[in-house]
Structures are given as structure tokens and as C-alpha cells.
Design a protein around this ligand. Sequence first.
Ligand SMILES: O=P(O)(O)OC[C@H]1O[C@H](O[C@H]2O[C@H](CO)[C@@H](O)[C@H](O)[C@H]2O)[C@H](O)[C@@H](O)[C@@H]1O
Length: 377
Amino acid sequence: MTNQNAVASDRKSAIGVKITVTLSNSSFFSRAATKALPAPVRGGYITISRKKVARKPSDTEGGKKVNAWVDSMRDSSPTRVKSSASLSETAEHQTSWITRHPSALGNFGEIMNATKGKKIVMFLDYDGTLAPIVQDPDRAFMTDEMREAVRNVARYFPTAIVTGRCRDKVFSFVKLAGLYYAGSHGMDIEGPSKNRKYKKGNQALLFQPASEFLPMIDQVYKTLLEKTKSIPGAKVENNKFCLSVHFRCVDENSWADLAEQVKLVLDEYPKLKLTQGRKVLEIRPTIKWDKGKALEFLLEALGYANSKDVIPVYIGDDRTDEDAFKALRNRGQGFGILVSKVAKETHATYSLQEPSEVKDFLRRLVQWKRLALRQQH
Ligand SMILES: O=P(O)(O)OC[C@H]1O[C@H](O[C@H]2O[C@H](CO)[C@@H](O)[C@H](O)[C@H]2O)[C@H](O)[C@@H](O)[C@@H]1O
């Protein structure tokens, strides 16, 4: 592991004064998976159906790549059940999936029994988890009730928002101080510092392992805006250390064209890579950093890197959240909860159907904690 340096800054934020952290050979970077993993799970999502959609000619490597992105994006956005899958097969599949990934609400007692005497640390994805998926990414607001649930959870448990979004943007949605915010898929982490290693007076933690990529990301953002402006519905979002190219409002027949434009731009930047989310292609630096690494980093910053008494709980809905679910499996500690109504291959242990169930889960967690505290006194 090379050093991960962030630039010192004295810019004030809602959370406090930021400081730089320099991590060198931190144990969590090199920790091998020591605990047995459950049955291997392949990444990605189960394809429920197919729809005819315009494809690029696939006789070139580039064409194949574009087709693969488009197919994969459709597979990762299984919003429609198609006639090709018989209803009974689908129902059977769903039942078997829910048996493997039972409801975190239905199994709340079992989960809480496993956490007894241990410190819960909460990790929450934003889009599709705290806020429902909507057409316009700029209007993906969380409800006041959800905000209240998160505020209460954070009163009792260290809580982090881990998102692909720009950190400032997600803060403007969540509007809660005292939490950790890991934006740009964990490439921009800020929050209160508990670990003395990271603490200097009242200063907070700031960790930006991809800061050297900022000028490149800005350049690509401008190029992508230009190259995609003629495709109706296409939207490019600047998430500071990464970019999102949105397909949600683009006609499916133009998906291949949009993907092709992204590919042509990306071809010029070998230090950037592409990942996929829900009707979105995400461009990010090739550094080995993701939501799983962010989770490990935050546990270390909280002083729990090697603790046996910590239960990290990660709730997320997207493919990029799988890195965090995997990190928990590798630690043999805590559990992931996938937010999904449909069967998806996942490393998460439990499931919840939608953000309103996430809110119910968070509320029950707070009630349980309050009861436990009352019983202690
Ligand atoms: O890590 P997350 O918090 O889940 O962020 C992932 C991406 O979420 C946003 O896009 C998604 O939500 C939008 C609003 O509901 C929706 O319109 C879009 O189709 C989804 O992909 C966000 O806009 C992206 O920048 C994030 O990368």
C-alpha cells in the first residue's frame, strides 16, 4: 500500500475544521480475509428480462465494450418483469432469494441478539437507500421522517453516509452535522475524529486519496458535457472525484450512442475507469479505493480496526455497495443489508425492500437502544 495523502485544509465546514491524514501501511489495507466466507456469490445482478434495444455493431472491441455496458446497465436496473420469465419461475426465484437474504425487519430480534454487548457502527448509502430513486438526481430528497430517523441513529451509534455523490451535495440533502460523510465512493471522507491518530484539537478528519485526479476529472466533465449535449435526456453529474453519466431520462434506443460517447472520451484517459450503477455510468480514478475501503478506513479512524466488539452495519442498494458488503464478509464481522424489491446477487446478508423500510429499521434500532439503556439504569 502506498501512502494516501490528503492536502491540509483549514476550510471550515458544518462539521468542523478539517485536517489532513496521512496513512502509511495501515493494517486495514493489507488485512487478508481471515474469516471463512459464506458460499461464493458472483458480482452483479440477476437478469430477469431482456428488451430489444439498439446496439452498436459488435465486430470491434470498442463496439463489444459498449454493448456490454448497455446490456449490463439494463440488467442492473431490473424494473420490469418481462414475459420471457414465467411468473411462477419469477416467484420461485424471489422466494428462494428472500430465504437467502431475509428481511432485516422480520429478523430484527435475531440481528439484535448478535449485537449484544457490541458497538454498532452504521454505514448508510444515500440514493435508493435513504432517498427513493427519482428521475432528476438534483431532486433526490430524503423525507423529514427519514432525516429524523438518521439523526436519532447518529445520537446512539457512530454513523457514516457513504455515497457516490459529491460530499457537499449529499450534505445538502442530509443536512445533519456530527456524521461522517464519505462522498465520491469514499474518495472524499470528512467527519469528527475519534481516533487520536487522526485528531488534533477540535479538528476533524479529511481524507481525499484521489486529490491528484481533480484537474483530470474537471477536464473530462467538460468534455463529456460537450459530447453528450446532443443526446436528449443525457446528464453528466460532477461528483468531484468521480463523474456520473445518467441514462435514466435517455430513450433506450440512444443508450448505445451515449455509452459510445463515454467510451470515446474515456479512451483518452487510461488513468480513469468505469463502473456502473442504476442507469448510470460512473467514471472514477483507477486507484484501489471503493466503498469497502472507505468502510475499513472509517472503522480504523473510529478506533475499531482490530476490535472484536464492533458490529458494522452497512445498508445500500447499488452495485457499488457490494464492495462494502464484501468488506464485511471478509472481516467476518457485522452484516450488509441490501435494499431491493427484486432478487439480485449480493454479498449482503439481509434485505429491505425500499427506503421506507430502511426508515423503519433505523427507528427500531433506536427504540431497541433506548430500551437497552433504560434496562441498564
Ligand atoms: O452511492 P449512492 O448514494 O447510491 O449514489 C449513486 C448514484 O446515485 C445518484 O444516481 C442515482 O439516483 C438518481 C436519483 O434518484 C437517479 O436519477 C439515477 O438514475 C441513479 O443512478 C447520483 O445522481 C449519482 O451521482 C450517484 O453516483
